[in-house]
Design a protein around this ligand. Structure first.
Ligand SMILES: Cc1cc2nc3c(=O)[nH]c(=O)nc-3n(C[C@H](O)[C@H](O)[C@H](O)COP(=O)(O)OP(=O)(O)OC[C@H]3O[C@@H](n4cnc5c(N)ncnc54)[C@H](O)[C@@H]3O)c2cc1C
Length: 376
C-alpha cells in the first residue's frame, strides 16, 4: 500500500487549507456542551458546509491518502469535530454503503452527507454490552413491519437522533448469534421513549431508550432477517478501525500544547514528565501509522479488518494516559472544570469501555489477529 502523497493530493491539501482558512471564521460560536439541540444544529451546519464545498464524501469514497490529508488539515485548522454526526458518518453510513440495497443507500446516505439527519446506535442493552449476542430486544414480524419491544442503554446522541441502527432478536429459538437482525429505526416512531443519562462530566450525552411495540418497516432491514450478526461485525469494524482516526490527530495537537504548557509553568524541568510525554509522542506516531493502515485496508477491501481492534485497544489507553498527563502539568488547576482538557480527562475514562471494552478487544486480537486458540 503506497501512502506517499502525490502532487495532485498536495494540491487537494492546499485547496482544503485555503477553504478552511476562509470558512472557519464564518462559523457561529460553539454551543455549550450541555445544549444538545444547539450542538446538533452546530454539527449539522458544519457537515452542510463540507457538503456544499465538496468535502463531505471524503470519509467514504476518497483515496486513503486524501482521507488522511483531510483529517490532518481539518484538525490542524481547528475545524469542528464530527460530534452528533459520529454514528451516521463514521459507522451507520459506511454499513449501509457496504450492506444496504440501492434504495436504502439512496434514502439514507445523502441526508447523512448533507447534514440533514443524525443517527444513533442501539446495540447495548442492560445485560448485553460486551456479550452483545445475548441481546433480548425482540422484533416480531407483522405484515410489512417489525414490532419491536425491549430496551437499549448508553445510546449516545439518542435525544437528538432521527435514526437508530438497531439490533433486534428476530428468532429467539435460533443459536444466539443467528437470530439477530439489523434495522434502521426512526426515532420518532410511536413507542420510542428516550430517557437521558448524566455522565461524570455532567452532560447528558447518552440515554436509555425504551421500545414498546415500535413499528419498523421491513424495508428498513439492512441485510437478511437473522443475518444481523454479520452486518454488526461490519459496523463494529468501522467503529473500531477508522471512526476514531481524526481523534489521533487531535491527541497529537493536545500533546504538543501540553509540552508548551509544561515549558511555560516549569513542569518541563521534571525528567519523569519529559519521559512520559516522549513516550506518548512515540505512541501517537505509531497510532497514526495504524490509522494509515486501517484507512488503507478499508478503502481496498470495502471494510476494515480485525486489526481495528489493535488500534482501538492502544488508542483508548494512550488517550487516557495523555489526559492523565494533563493533570500532572496543570497541577491544582486540573480540578477546575472550566480549564482546557479537564472535561476531556474525565471523559477519557470511558474510551476503554465505549465501542467494546479493552478486555474484549484483547480477546479479538488474540483470536482473530494472532490466531491463538479460543479459551474455554
Ligand atoms: C461513552 C460511551 C458511549 C457509548 N455509546 C454507546 C452507543 O451509542 N450505543 C451503544 O449501543 N452502546 C454504547 N455504549 C456502550 C458500550 O458499548 C458498552 O458499555 C460496552 O460494550 C461494555 O458493555 P457493558 O457496559 O454492558 O459492560 P459489561 O459487558 O457488563 O462488562 C463489565 C466488565 O466485564 C468485562 N467483561 C465482560 N465480558 C468479558 C469477557 N468475555 N472477557 C473478559 N472481560 C469481560 C468487561 O470488559 C468490563 O470490564 C457506550 C459506552 C460508553 C462508555
Amino acid at each position: 500500500m503506497d501512502l506517499a502523497y502525490t502532487p495532485e493530493e498536495e494540491e487537494f491539501r492546499a485547496r482544503l487549507r485555503a477553504w478552511l482558512t476562509r470558512t472557519l471564521p464564518l462559523l457561529p460560536p460553539k454551543p455549550s456542551p450541555d445544549d444538545w439541540p444547539a450542538r446538533r444544529a452546530y454539527d449539522l451546519g458544519w457537515q452542510r458546509r463540507l457538503y456544499d464545498a465538496g468535502y463531505a464524501h471524503v470519509h467514504w469514497d476518497a483515496s486513503p491518502t486524501v482521507r488522511l490529508i483531510f483529517l490532518e488539515e481539518t484538525e490542524r485548522a481547528g475545524a469542528p469535530y464530527v460530534g452528533a454526526n459520529f454514528v451516521g458518518l463514521l459507522h451507520a453510513g459506511p454499513t449501509i454503503a457496504a450492506e444496504g440495497t440501492p434504495a436504502q443507500r439512496e434514502r439514507w446516505l445523502e441526508p447523512i452527507l448533507k447534514g440533514e439527519e443524525v443517527w444513533c446506535q442501539g446495540f447495548s442493552e442492560p445485560d448485553a454490552g460486551s456479550d452483545l449476542a445475548s441481546l433480548r430486544t425482540r422484533a416480531r414480524r407483522d405484515g410489512d413491519v417489525y414490532r419491536v419491544t425491549g430496551s437499549k442503554i448508553w445510546t449516545s446522541h439518542a435525544e437528538v437522533a432521527d435514526w437508530c441502527e438497531l439490533l433486534v432478536r428476530t428468532d429467539p429459538d435460533a443459536p444466539r448469534h443467528q437470530g439477530i437482525t439489523w434495522l434502521a429505526m426512526p426515532m420518532d416512531a410511536p413507542g420510542v421513549t428516550v430517557r437521558p443519562l448524566r455522565t461524570l462530566a455532567g452532560s447528558a450525552e447518552f440515554a436509555e431508550v425504551f421500545l414498546d411495540d415500535v413499528p419498523v418497516p421491513v424495508a428498513n432491514r439492512v441485510g437478511a432477517e437473522n443475518d444481523g450478526w454479520r452486518v454488526t461485525m461490519v459496523t463494529l469494524s468501522f467503529e473500531r478501525g477508522t471512526a476514531f482516526a481524526g481523534e489521533v490527530v487531535a491527541c497529537r495537537r493536545v500533546l504538543a500544547e501540553l509540552a508548551r504548557e509544561a515549558h511555560g509553568n516549569g513542569r518541563w524541568d521534571d525528567p519523569a514528565l519529559r519521559r512520559r510525554l516522549g513516550r506518548l509522542e512515540a505512541e501517537f506516531r505509531a497510532l497514526w501509522r495504524l490509522v494509515q493502515w486501517n484507512v488503507g485496508e478499508a478503502t481496498e477491501n470495502g471494510v476494515p479488518g480485525a486489526g481495528g481492534s489493535v488500534f482501538k485497544l492502544r488508542y483508548s489507553h494512550a488517550r487516557q494516559q495523555l489526559y492523565d498527563a494533563t493533570a500532572d502539568v496543570l497541577g491544582d488547576a486540573a480540578l477546575d472544570l472550566d480549564r482546557p482538557w479537564v472535561l476531556e480527562r474525565l471523559s477519557s475514562l470511558s474510551y476503554t469501555i465505549a465501542a467494546g471494552t479493552s478486555q474484549i478487544q484483547r480477546t479479538i486480537v488474540a483470536q482473530r489477529v494472532l490466531g491463538l486458540p479460543k479459551g474455554r
